[in-house]
Design a protein around this ligand. Sequence first.
Ligand code: AMP
Length: 435
Amino acid sequence: MASFQKIKGTQDFYGLDAVKLKYIEKVCSEVSESFGFSEMITPIFESTGVFTRLGDESDIVTKEMYTFLDRGKRSITLRPEGTAPVVRSFIENKLYANNNDLSKYYYFGPIFRYERPQAGRYRQFHQFGVEVFGKSSALLDVDVILSGFAIIEKLGIKNITLKINSIGDLESRTNYANALKKHFDGFKEEMCIDCQRRLDKNPLRILDCKIDYDKDFIVNAPKIKDYLNEDSKQYFNEVLQGLDAFKIPYEVDYNLVRGLDYYTDTVFEYIINSDDEFNNLALCAGGKYGHLVKDLNGPDIPGIGYAFGVERILGLLDKQNIWPDFKNNVDVFIMSLDEVSKLEALRLAFFLRKLGLVVEMDYKNYNMKNQFKLSDRLNADYILIIGESERQNQEISLKDVKQRTQINVKINELLKHLPFENLRNTEEIFNYENS
Ligand code: AMP
């Protein structure tokens, strides 16, 4: 039988890559917490309706979802994005009920899209995202955009441009959609089949068609900026003025409409500038969604959020070589030279681990050379050696790998000789006999 392989477009994370993924999660979470966000963890699958709602015409919803019937014949979808599940939870748990100000959440987890796998594009990838519910405020939009920037800065990522646009309130959008429809009606014959369908359902979606995007009828289409009503214009200006107060380089991009249908007013992306295939890909994307909560049968509360592609962050940190020093995580390796010593080693390892050290040992070898090799591979800071003579003298041999020194210490005094911070604060008395 052929051996199993991972599904196309998915990845295994192990060793250093798993450490990197966790590091990104940690930085994103910590920065978000400093902005007042708290974590929300929703299920990986939802009822399909959470994503399809009132006929979303985006590619993500119409073509890329992993949707299946479960054994109870319910239509289930692996989440293709993080916003709708958070909104579903916000409504279902009435998180708006005793809160007349803002609700701020962040999330981290896998996202599933049936896309063509290529550089920076997977079928299962991770997003880190935030969502804020409760107010329509240009200053809030700026603060949310800033929180994304703070993550980029904290990670040390360079060469990112903020692209921003307004797609207006409902009235502006409706006027714009009508203008687009009028314009595109004359080109129906030239359009791909999807765009012909979009023409009736949501002509805005034609603008980010992956097939026709560079055709004249799209390039020369009316621009949203000419259809923003006064309220939308003023709102957008306030957002831009807010951004001007910071040194974030941004570009207004009137063609930015974003991949999902639910956005209103502010939309933005942090775009990667590089000399490889990542160039022009979005590292982070988001926007304001004035009516999504209502569309999912919740109260009429506006929201705003964004999502980072975590694999893209990982790729950039690799390329820009800006990872912190990941310390090898084995503090102590215990070598044991005979069968009785192996059991002592196990006891000692258990004891030291309880005190917070990372401890490894050898379970099988009596041979010193092999055990040194293993501790080398694990990159341990200290090696403890137990053999028959050490046991008889209630001693242990302690080798400081970096300093290349080795001393024999009384087993009950071992902690004094191990310079780890977590051992200094322990109340435990190191009593080997009674441990
Ligand atoms: P979106 O939800 O489409 O706005 O995407 C938000 C972010 O997720 C993007 O800016 C990318 O960084 C990342 N992303 C989107 N699709 C993929 C994918 N197929 N593979 C990896 N990352 C992705």
